[in-house]
Design a protein around this ligand. Structure first.
Ligand code: ARG
Length: 595
């Protein structure tokens, strides 16, 4: 399917041609935008007139003449000069309907073009830590990261997913040593039946083990010594130690997968490349940094210094690549991961969906990699930093007892609330119990994702379930209902099928809806360019509100309508439904057919 040139792009082209015909020496942007007065307004002539020392209204009048005398076409119905030198542009109804019909013919992409120069992006997201409970920050990384993956892939980008899980470090010495001394602590009850462990069980096993080994570590000096020695064995790759370490990783994965499944999110095993995956590269990374002089020894540690990064007393804060005891930390791993992603995965872009509280770390790591020549103008790194999740009271999200909120509890509650909302309407819609349960899940999980994705990532946001599952306002259920309502109308239409009729005049609400549908491709391009899923959410919300206005002003299945009006309106709402469906899918949110 050929991509569809948007109406905006066509008008832009037409104006740019007229502008350069009027003032050949000054190429200019007509600065086109949607307007309430007409379909579009162009403001670019003002700046241009100033530059050319011309009268803006006169210049505008000349441009209008050029547009009007251009190739005869049915795109522009009216173009007039207004105010100090703006242009108001109104399109023909036929041009709008024809454009939408082309989009409608392309069921998969809705006419949205692929990026002109797609590259390879490695995206680091959904990175919980082994043997530890996931928290809301991990949820944000997963939700935002997954949306960005879908959006980038839709533009044709080659996307490599990396879940940089915390699966390495000194804490494993303690855990492994404990398990070695209490060998059955991670065994699962084998009661003959199919004994698949649930994620919850896995986590509670790990928690119990973590607490027990910690207690021993803090109280028993000899155990502490044995645990420390175990770290050395782990780093040396001693087989028995590695095998036990692997058991912690496997048990944790059972838990991670259960949470991701609850989140209705696909995480693939080969994409889980945790910190341990870069262990073999650490020595070389340090050697390269030291040899090139990027890192220097300071009090035994291998450090990188920065002019603009200072501590509270004005003393320089270095990035420590290797500790004085020879151990490697978080930074050495991230620097090694950069080498892998740039040189083996052949990335042009490295994206990190990580909490804003780690911004200093990434700033130092990226700068170090640039000095080493691993990053440059052709290979860029970017942290898509996200803010903190707050409770209703505006304070960091905690339970009443002051503990961190368990992710599953939170998701379960969202689903429970959503199911109640769905159930309330279920009878009228004729939903069976199974559908109620399924939709409750899609609505609940959609609500959590949408709330996260509809504000700019870097801002903190309030986790407020009441607001999230509300049917009114900027919520995912509102969008899901908009979609389901269209499906219901399409079902009611029975034999009458959607069909475009460019010969028909459009009502104002139809034009507004149509012009917004035309913007889908541009929105996707902008969202992908700046990694800003919240702009896609805003686009979809606006689409749903335009649809509401359309229903108020234009009846679809009214017996008073001529048959072609019914068909054309069915076509308009069906394209709206497809756009909602596609857009929501890019955010990782389902759109049930009946709600
Ligand atoms: N596991 C880390 C955490 O829980 C996040 C990892 C982020 N990614 C990275 N490449 N450092 O905070």
């Amino acid at each position: 399917m050929a991509p569809v040139t948007s109406l905006t792009a066509s008008v832009h082209q037409r104006l740019a041609t007229a502008l350069s015909a009027t003032l050949p020496e000054a190429p200019a942007d007509p600065l086109l935008r949607r307007s309430d007065r007409a379909d579009f307004q162009a403001n670019g002539i003002l700046a241009l007139a100033k530059k050319a020392k011309a009268n803006p209204r006169e210049l505008a009048t000349q441009v209008v003449a050029k547009v009007e005398s251009g190739v005869a076409s049915d795109l522009i119905k009216e173009i007039e000069v207004s105010g100090p030198g703006f242009l108001n542009i109104t399109l023909t109804d036929a041009a709008i309907t024809r454009n939408l019909a082309e989009r409608y013919a392309d069921e998969v992409r809705l006419g949205v073009p692929l990026a002109e120069r797609p590259g390879t992006t490695v995206i680091d997201y959904a990175q919980p830590n082994v043997a530890k409970e996931m928290h809301v920050g991990h949820l944000r990384s997963a939700v935002i990261g997954d949306a960005v993956v879908q959006i980038l892939e839709f533009t044709g980008e080659n996307v490599v997913r990396r879940h940089h899980i915390g699966d390495w470090g000194t804490q494993f010495g303690m855990l492994i040593q404990y398990l070695l001394e209490h060998p059955h602590e991670l065994d699962h009850k084998a009661d003959g039946e199919d004994t698949a462990v649930s994620g919850e069980e896995a986590m509670s096993n790990l928690n119990r083990l973590y607490k027990a080994s910690r207690a021993l570590f803090d109280s028993d000096e000899e155990f502490k010594t044995r645990a420390r020695r175990r770290v050395v064995d782990l780093q040396a790759g001693e087989p028995e130690t590695l095998a036990l370490w692997q058991r912690f990783v496997d048990e944790s994965k059972i838990y991670f997968y259960s949470v991701f499944e609850k989140l209705d999110m696909e995480i693939r095993d080969p994409d889980i490349v945790g910190e341990s995956g870069y262990n073999d590269m650490l020595d070389e990374t340090c050697r390269l940094l030291e040899e090139s002089g990027v890192a220097v020894r300071s009090e035994g540690a291998l450090c990188v210094f920065f002019d603009d990064i200072k501590g509270p007393e004005g003393n320089p804060v270095p990035l420590i690549v290797q500790k004085s005891d020879g151990g490697y930390g978080y930074a050495a791993t991230d620097l090694s991961a950069i080498r892998d992603r740039v040189f083996h995965q052949k990335a042009n872009t490295l994206l990190y969906v990580v909490d804003a509280r780690q911004s200093l770390h990434f700033k130092m790591v990226f700068e170090t990699a640039r000095r080493a020549g691993w990053l440059n103008d052709d290979v860029k790194a970017h942290q898509l930093a996200f803010g903190t999740v707050l409770g209703k009271d505006g304070k960091p999200f905690k339970t009443r007892e002051g503990e961190t909120v368990r992710l599953e509890d939170l998701l379960d509650e969202a689903v429970q609330r959503a199911t109640a909302v769905v159930r309330e309407k279920a009878e009228k819609v004729g939903l069976a119990e199974q559908e109620i349960v399924e939709n409750g899940r899609y609505v609940g999980i959609g609500a959590v994702k949408y709330a996260d994705l509809s504000t700019s990532a870097v801002r903190d946001y309030k986790f407020d379930l009441d607001q999230m599952v509300s049917l009114n306002g900027d919520t995912s259920v509102y969008l899901q209902y908009a979609y389901a309502r269209i499906q219901s109308i399409l079902r009611k239409a029975g034999e009458t099928r959607p069909a475009a009729h460019p010969e028909l005049e459009l009502a104002p609400a139809e034009r507004a809806l149509g012009l917004h549908l035309d913007q889908f491709g541009e929105t996707i391009a902008e969202v992908a360019e700046g990694y800003e899923p919240h702009k896609l959410a805003a686009y979809l919300f606006k689409l749903a509100t335009l649809l509401t206005t359309f229903y108020d002003q234009c009846h679809v299945l009214s017996p008073d309508n001529a048959p072609e009006v019914v068909e054309n309106r069915l076509f308009l709402i069906d394209l709206t439904a497809r756009t909602l469906h596609r857009g929501m899918a890019l955010l990782g949110i389902r759109t049930p057919e009946r709600l």
